[in-house]
Design a protein around this ligand. Sequence first.
Ligand code: KG4
Ligand code: ZN
Length: 381
Amino acid sequence: MSDAFILGIESSCDETAAAVVRSGEEVISNVVHSQIATHQPFGGVVPELASREHLRAIVPVVREALEDAGQSYQTIDALAVTKGPGLAGSLLVGLSYAKALAYALQKPLLAVNHLEGHIHAVLLEERQNGNHDLQFPVLALVVSGGHTHLFLAEKKDAGWIYHDVGHTRDDAAGEAFDKVAKLLELGYPGGPIIDFLAPHGNPEAVKFPFTQIKHRDRNPQNRYSAEERRVDFSYSGIKTAVLRYVETHEMCASIEQRRKALKDIAHPSREDVFAACDRQTLDLVASFQHAIVNDLAGKTLAAAQEHSAATLLVSGGVAANSELRRVFERRAAEQGLPVYFPSRKLSTDNAAMIAAAAYPRFLARDFADSELSTDAGLRLR
Ligand code: KG4
Ligand code: ZN
């Protein structure tokens, strides 16, 4: 089989992205237009503004991805686009554009689940590094601003099938990072800035309790039902706990002081935010990150044991977190479990992961038809 160049298009949330990937294993170009500046004043993604920004960015972003790759509309072999899950209006921009382009060019179009994209970000880079040999079953944690999801993946025919073995009951972990950063006036998005500040505080200063995964003795006569073996995450409680801590420890004045100090700086850097933080804030931030990371790692590694996973993949925006990588690496090594992450660039939303996830379906000629539409609540199976 000769090389296949797939143009990926991603617009499910607040990043307009396009990329060209060769045969699911080499990133030829990868362009991401971030909308951070648009949503920053609101401390979170505003869906209507996101759709409008996607409309503005989609054509130049796709052109740039083709140009960077030394490709043209005519030379690519297929297009791949995110079908869901995500924001309805945002998804619609990428999907309508990809459909129209595929139709005009008479090229095949492949529909991709965004969550499968995050998983393939890891596989793409492993293949790029010469690692073609992953052991199954694979447990994949997708942890981002919109998702905290555990999938057990197995190989089936040319592609993979996924079993949902756990997800958050309320907020995603990235959402908690963003909301706590907003509450403490640290800026948006919260994850990268908390990641930067946390090493300056004491992670043991504040104790945040989490519900523990139930772990009964396993015996062959009494196998648990699929429901009993599920892992539940929950991250809305910790946000309320941080708010309560702020109120009971009289931190409101220092938060207001920080807001005023940063308001006068056009684009505050991480160092500016750090300079506006007192010890109490740094300790709170460090403890918050420590609690979330240890909850994610504890539950994921217990699930890996429960499902006898042979490989662990961790992907999505929060997988860029330095403490998370350290803790997962240490605890997976203790369990003798190989763990893989994407590079930081491919951890957050991008279109290279969409083009890579589409490749097995391209080989199987599993193309989308003219009825293809978005699905904001699309599940991965
Ligand atoms: O995957 P992504 O770009 O978009 C979604 O699909 O949601 O993830 C964005 C999320 C945001 O909540 C952001 O705060 C978080 O990922 N994030 C991080 C880090 N970098 C991004 N969270 C913790 N530490 C980081 N270094
Ligand atoms: Zn994502």
